[in-house]
Ligand binder design. Structure first.
Ligand SMILES: NC(=O)c1ccc[n+]([C@@H]2O[C@H](COP(=O)([O-])OP(=O)(O)OC[C@H]3O[C@@H](n4cnc5c(N)ncnc54)[C@H](O)[C@@H]3O)[C@@H](O)[C@H]2O)c1
Ligand SMILES: [Zn+2]
Ligand SMILES: [Zn+2]
Length: 391
């Protein structure tokens, strides 16, 4: 079959790779209908997560049709349209029992790298390097889905494929941050990043009853979406002082909950970003945490900062003093798709969550390089490039 694969730093190529087959009784094989490029892929392609090998198939946000089901699969049959959680979880271990699916003890079949790096391994992830299990990704004609009864979900008939696709990763990620941060009625929530993840975090906060939700970015075309489709207030950090404006909009107190949906390649005003870039290039730190720093600084005393952006390793100039002296709670997580996708699909069916606008470019695999280039450069109004491997 044809697949879009990693070919070196910021390079992808279409290759012929072996067709996937059922390996374990609980697997299904999907014919991929749509597979999106996620901000996490940019970190991977950029070489910041250095455990890719040439020819590895990319892609972890996807939807498809079941073409083969293992003998132990109960919930899915050939012909079903299913959306799949990007993180792979067994559904049976202690972490899965706690509904912390992305921390599954069995999802990552190659835990040695992450055990050494982080002192423990998260679950596996499709198309996300040998550090997270070395699973083939979904930018391909077909993909094998392990633990299909746990991680794959039937899509209600009325929900469009372009909408359900994003339940796989971006929407579930937003939902994870908003839920685990304890967002509820009356809260003022600020979200850094107006990509698919930030927009969907904002939407989740609104649906959870937050009183005000403010999305921060520099890209006006994304902020327009956050305002008009998602229903959030917006703030352009190149045109306004973020911290002063957040104080102004919160009666001088600061947001109750600050959600960071930017990640390790953050830009930002001021000299700190240049400093971060230089240290990152010299491999003296792995990540550029400009938005995390700002979120911690802007958060009200006693508030919560939730880091949804992906970070790989160590940072410096981390504002530990603000954290301690302002009594903040700082959390982070990879998304627990298995926990939130059923509710997300129900809300999608009721038009409470709309995502079609995120799929700004729908392309064949053959245009993979162009698709990633415009996503990386945020060119041509791109929010998400979505591949249609089977037309
Ligand atoms: N935790 C998870 O499970 C999970 C899942 C999916 C994605 N992610 C991560 O979430 C992050 C966002 O993903 P995405 O797909 O929306 O990415 P994206 O690249 O489309 O969007 C990132 C946005 O952040 C903005 N930005 C950059 N610097 C900023 C700053 N200092 N302040 C405010 N905004 C800034 C950019 O302009 C861009 O619009 C990435 O780090 C990605 O890896 C995490
Ligand atoms: Zn992702
Ligand atoms: Zn598990």
């Amino acid at each position: 079959m044809r697949a879009l694969t990693w070919a070196g730093v910021n390079e992808v190529e279409v290759r012929e790779v072996p067709d996937p087959h059922i390996l374990n009784d609980g697997d299904v094989v999907l014919r991929v209908q749509r597979s999106a490029a996620c901000g996490s892929d940019l970190h991977l392609l950029g070489g910041y997560i250095p455990f890719m090998e040439r020819g590895d198939v990319l892609g972890h946000e996807f939807i498809g049709e079941v073409v083969e089901a293992g003998p132990a699969v109960r919930k899915h049959a050939v012909g079903d349209r299913v959306v799949v959680s990007s993180f792979i979880a067994c559904g049976r271990c202690w972490y899965c029992d706690q509904k912390l699916f992305s921390l599954c003890d069995n999802g990552n079949t190659n835990p040695s790298i992450t055990d050494a790096l982080w002192g423990g391994t998260p679950g596996g992830c499709f198309g996300y390097s040998h550090a997270l299990g070395g699973f083939a990704g979904s930018h391909a004609e077909y993909v094998r889905v392990p633990y299909a009864d746990v991680g794959a979900f039937a899509v209600p008939e009325g929900v469009s494929t372009e909408r359900a696709l994003f339940a796989s990763d971006a929407v579930a990620t937003g939902w994870t941050g908003v839920d685990l941060a304890g967002t509820g009625p009356g809260d003022i929530v600020a979200v850094w990043g107006a990509g698919a993840v930030g927009q969907m975090a904002a939407r989740a906060a609104i649906l959870r009853g937050a009183e005000r939700v403010i999305v921060i970015d520099r890209l006006d075309y994304r902020l327009v979406q956050a305002e008009s489709v998602v229903g959030a207030e917006v703030l352009n950090y190149e045109k306004t002082s973020v911290e002063a404006e957040l104080l102004e909009r919160t009666g001088g107190r600061g947001p109750d909950i600050c959600i960071e949906a930017v990640g390790m390649e953050a830009d930002g005003p001021g000299g700190q970003t240049l400093y971060d870039r230089t240290k990152q290039q010299l491999r003296l730190q792995t990540d550029r945490p400009a938005a995390v720093r700002q979120a911690i600084h802007a958060c009200r005393k006693g508030g919560t900062v939730f880091v949804l952006g992906v970070f790989a390793g160590v940072v410096d100039k981390f504002p530990l003093g603000a954290l301690v002296n302002k009594g903040l709670t700082v959390q982070g997580a990879q998304m627990h798709g298995q926990r939130y996708i059923p509710e997300i699909l129900e809300r999608m069916a009721r038009d409470e969550i709309v995502t079609e606008h995120l799929a700004t470019h729908v392309l064949p695999l053959e245009q993979g390089q162009h698709g990633y280039d415009i996503f990386k450069a945020k060119a041509d109004g791109n929010v998400r490039t979505v591949f249609a491997p089977n037309g």
